[in-house]
Design a protein around this ligand. Structure first.
Ligand code: NDP
Ligand code: 8X3
Length: 255
C-alpha cells in the first residue's frame, strides 16, 4: 500500500539564517509547520535544515530578496511548493551605519532600501497570488519602532521601516474581503546579529546592549506565533514591543 501523503501547512520565512528569522523558524517547527527558509548564506541554511528536518519538512530558498530576477526565478521553479504556504514572514532586513544624512554612504542607503522595501515587495508580490487562490493567508512583516519614530543618523533605515508600515496598511486595503491577514511587528532593541551588520564591528555592536536587558529573538518569535495563532477572524494589525529597559528609540536605561 502506498504511503499517504499528508499536505501540512507551511510557513515561508525570509532571513531565516540568524536572529529573529531563525528563532521564528524554530518556533514554527515546534508547532508542526513545514518550513520554507530563505537567506543568502547557504551553509547556514543547510545547518538549519539538518537541525529542523528531524521535526518537520524543510525546503531551502537560498536567494537574495533584493534581486528581482532571483526572487521571480525561485518562485517560478518552486510553484508546486507554494500551495501549502499559509504564512509569509517578511523578516529579511538590515541597517547600515548611523552617520548623519549629510555624510551618509549612498551604497548603504541602496542596500537598506533594496532589501527592506524592494525585497519585501518582491517576495510579497510572488506569494500573494497563492494566498488569494487559497482564499486564505497571513503576511507578517517585521517593521520596527524605527517605522514609527526617528532618531539622529537613522533617516534611511527609519524610512525603510516607515515604508513597511505603509505597505502593511495598504496591503490590508488591497486584500480586504479576501481572508488575508496582515500584521506589522515593530520591535525595539533585540540582540541578534543586527548591530554587528549595522556597525560592521563586533565591539561596537556589543556596546549597544551593554548594561541593559534587550529583547531576544525568541521574544519576537513567540509574539509572531501568538499573532498567527489567533482565531481566523482576528487580525493583530500592529504591535510595538520594547524591552522594559527602553522607553523610546532614544531613551534606554543602563544600570
Ligand atoms: P540579523 O542580522 O540577525 O538577521 C537578519 C536576517 O536577514 C539574516 O538571516 C540575513 O541572512 C537576512 N538577510 C539580510 N539581507 C538579506 C537579503 N538581501 N536576502 C535575504 N536575506 C537577507 O537581524 P535581526 O534578526 O535582528 O533582523 C531581522 C529583522 O528584524 C530585520 O528586518 C530588522 O530590520 C528587524 N528588526 C530588528 C531589530 C533589532 O534590534 N535586532 C529591531 C527591529 C526590527 P543572510 O545574511 O544569510 O542573507
Ligand atoms: C531596530 C531598532 O532602534 O535600532 O529596528 O532602529 S533601532
Amino acid at each position: 500500500m502506498g504511503k499517504e501523503i499528508v499536505q501540512t501547512k507551511s510557513v515561508f520565512i525570509t532571513g531565516a539564517t540568524s536572529g529573529i528569522g531563525l528563532a521564528t523558524a524554530r518556533a514554527f517547527a515546534a508547532m508542526g509547520y513545514s518550513l520554507i527558509l530563505n537567506g543568502r548564506r547557504r551553509e547556514r541554511l543547510h545547518t538549519i535544515e539538518k537541525e529542523l528536518s528531524a521535526q518537520v519538512s524543510v525546503t531551502l530558498a537560498p536567494f537574495d530578496v533584493s534581486s528581482k530576477q532571483d526572487v521571480v526565478e525561485w518562485f517560478k521553479q518552486n510553484e508546486d511548493r507554494l500551495h501549502s504556504v499559509e504564512i509569509l514572514i517578511n523578516n529579511a532586513g538590515l541597517a547600515r551605519g548611523t552617520d548623519p544624512l549629510q555624510v551618509g554612504d549612498m551604497s548603504d542607503w541602496d542596500e537598506m532600501i533594496d532589501t527592506n522595501i524592494k525585497g519585501l515587495l518582491y517576495v510579497t508580490r510572488q506569494t500573494l497570488p497563492h494566498f488569494l487562490k487559497n482564499q486564505k493567508g497571513h503576511i507578517v512583516n517585521i517593521g520596527s519602532v524605527a517605522g514609527r519614530w526617528i532618531y539622529p543618523g537613522g533617516a534611511v533605515y527609519s524610512a525603510t521601516k516607515h515604508s513597511v508600515r505603509a505597505i502593511s496598511e495598504t496591503l490590508r486595503l488591497d486584500t480586504l474581503g479576501k481572508n488575508i491577514r496582515v500584521t506589522n511587528i515593530e520591535p525595539g532593541m533585540v540582540e541578534t546579529e543586527f548591530s554587528e551588520v549595522r556597525f560592521r564591528d563586533k565591539n561596537k555592536a556589543k556596546a549597544v546592549y551593554q548594561n541593559m536587558t534587550p529583547l531576544t529573538a525568541q521574544d519576537i518569535a513567540e509574539t509572531i506565533t501568538w499573532a498567527v495563532s489567533r482565531p481566523s477572524h482576528v487580525n493583530i494589525q500592529e504591535l510595538v514591543i520594547y524591552p522594559t529597559d527602553q522607553a523610546s528609540v532614544r531613551d534606554v536605561f543602563r544600570s
